[in-house]
Design a protein around this ligand. Structure first.
Ligand code: C2E
Ligand code: CA
Ligand code: CA
Ligand code: CA
Length: 278
């Protein structure tokens, strides 16, 4: 047992050491990724379940690593949030998405673009001005932009978050609560925050028609949205049955692989044209 413990300890130290090295390498690679044009955005259509029209798109970042290939955002966004580089990356996302929105508008496709705003970004002092300046620079009406924030954003400094989101909302930008129900949900946030959309997290949609608890959670969020006059968006819709259920239950918007996975701009344009000609 003593021998085994010793070996285990050595193995443990080696693997922690390896993890630290990999993490440091990731941070180093991340620090050059932006300036080496390794990021791009993909767009996932958001569909109005009543009218069957595409009303907008969520922009999602992709990192094409020169050796590792595509690195999922869940692997590097948390790292970028920890070391602060999300501020610069997030600004790039905003700029790129606004540029794209302006291009699509001038091509006769005026869609609302939703971007994910990290809690770290929202904590920046100049974030509101930066967002408004970016809209102005690209000549985008504020109503064309939606910011998706998670409940974590409200936690560190509620007053500060309220103040900033109110300014953004006043300017015409819409605010969505992302991953609703997974974090520290509190009705106080919903009451105090100028939010217009609730996004049901895909973890509740996956087994929507299989797991009774998920059905009830989704129903509850939809009803909450109705009584607070918030538009509910379901993410992660993968089947016709899920779409049908959500539509008849009164969920207004949806996105997910059932309609389309996130697409590069050209593929997105082709998809929109095809969808609306159906
Ligand atoms: P999220 O904001 O909750 O985004 C939804 C995720 O679900 C995306 O993963 C999307 O590709 C995926 N998805 C969409 N439809 C389906 C479906 O039908 N089934 C399943 N299983 N998944 C679906 P992705 O693109 O890997 O992004 C993961 C997370 O990374 C996002 O979660 C968001 O929190 C973060 N993220 C992505 N892009 C950005 C960004 O530009 N800035 C920030 N701050 N975070 C980002
Ligand atoms: Ca999101
Ligand atoms: Ca989510
Ligand atoms: Ca998320």
């Amino acid at each position: 047992a003593k021998e085994g413990g010793h070996n285990y300890f050595q193995f443990y130290v080696a693997s922690v050491d390896q993890e630290i090295r990999e993490r440091k390498q990731l941070e180093k690679d991340l620090s050059i990724a932006l300036h080496s044009q390794q990021f791009h955005l993909v767009y996932q259509p958001q569909i109005n379940l009543e009218t069957h029209r595409i009303i907008g798109a969520e922009a999602l970042i992709r990192w094409e690593h020169p050796e590792k290939g595509l690195v999922p955002p869940d692997d590097f966004i948390p790292v970028a949030e920890m070391n602060g580089s999300i501020v610069e990356i997030g600004q790039w996302v905003l700029d790129q998405a606004c540029w794209q929105a302006a291009r699509w508008a001038s091509d006769g496709m005026p869609l609302r673009i939703a971007i994910n705003l990290s809690a770290v970004q929202l904590r920046q002092n100049n974030i509101v001005d930066e967002i408004l300046d970016t809209l102005k620079r690209h000549n985008i009406p504020a109503g064309r932009l939606e910011l998706e924030v998670t409940e974590t954003s409200f936690m560190t400094n509620l007053e500060d978050a309220v103040k900033k989101l109110k300014r953004l909302h006043k300017a015409g930008i819409s605010i969505a609560v992302d991953d609703f129900g997974t974090g520290y949900s509190s009705l106080t946030y919903l009451k105090r925050m100028p939010v217009q959309h609730l996004k049901i997290d895909k973890q509740f949609i996956r087994d929507l028609l299989v797991n009774e608890e998920d059905t009830r959670i989704a129903n509850t969020i939809i009803d909450l949205g109705k009584s607070l006059n918030l538009t509910v968006v379901a993410e992660g819709v993968e089947t016709a049955e899920q779409e049908y259920y959500l539509a008849q239950r009164g969920c207004k918007l949806a996105q997910g692989y059932y309609f389309s996975k996130p697409l590069k701009p050209h593929d997105f344009e082709v998809f929109v044209a095809g969808f609306h000609s159906k």
